[in-house]
Design a protein. Structure first.
Length: 229
């Protein structure tokens, strides 16, 4: 049967099966997360600290949207930053990355596409520098992966959503915290997911792109936000 001929009305039995599958997905996501194998995930010898499935999704997004600039809040060891730079190399685009962190780790990867900024992502000084660096960039993507407290993520969302251009993504990482499905009680019951839930109703120009969760293992549930207007 062709997919378009499948009835739109989903039976109660199918709904229960979908709910059961979601429970299985949550259990697997929690099992994978608590295994901490992701803390030993490397790209070109640099620690990445992400699920490989999310890295593949980033590859999909970069190829689809071909941003001129990625603004990454949260550098840590720089593995993901180098990953994005290498993807731009492979694609042959002019893509660049601005990556921001409060600390500079030793032996950060060096690449002509990467610019490091040291300081708080929500400080006036850093935001001023970012505002200057985005001038002339037609396609801009933002990734929030620094302090995962609800308060900080909320401030980052308000500070950085305006840099994102139509058709590109604003990604809120580690929205799996605070029981979604890991570390219930994180941040006294408030985490990245709760920051997004407060942000989205006020910003209809963004929509959750659930297609980016197609691999069923993600640290960023409902966190792939596409700018549609």
């Amino acid at each position: 049967m062709h997919i378009k001929n499948v009835p739109k009305i989903i039976s109660g039995k199918v709904k229960r099966a979908l709910k059961k599958n979601k429970s299985i997905e949550d259990k697997f996501n929690a099992h994978y997360y608590y295994s901490k194998v992701w803390s030993e995930t490397y790209w070109q010898g640099k620690l990445v600290f992400k699920a490989p499935t999310d890295l593949w999704v980033y590859q999909d997004i970069l190829f689809e949207t071909k941003p001129d600039l990625i603004i990454e809040c949260g550098t840590f060891h720089g593995g993901s930053t180098l990953f994005y730079a290498n993807l731009f190399d492979i694609m042959g685009t002019n893509g660049e990355i601005i990556t921001i962190d409060v600390d500079a780790m030793p032996d950060m990867p060096q690449h002509k596409r990467i610019k490091y900024l040291i300081g708080s992502s929500i400080s006036e000084e850093i935001l001023k520098q970012v505002s200057e660096l985005v001038i002339g960039k037609e396609k801009v993507m933002v990734i929030l992966d620094s302090d995962h407290s609800c308060e900080h993520v909320a401030k980052e969302l308000e500070a950085y959503h305006g840099f994102v251009t139509k058709g590109c993504y604003l990604v809120v990482e580690d929205s799996n915290l605070n029981g979604h499905p890991v570390f219930s009680g994180f941040g006294h019951g408030l985490g990245p997911m709760e920051a997004m839930e407060a942000f989205l109703p006020k910003h209809p120009e963004f929509e959750i792109d659930l297609s980016k969760e197609k691999y069923m293992l993600t640290f960023n549930p409902k966190g792939y936000l596409k700018k549609i207007n």
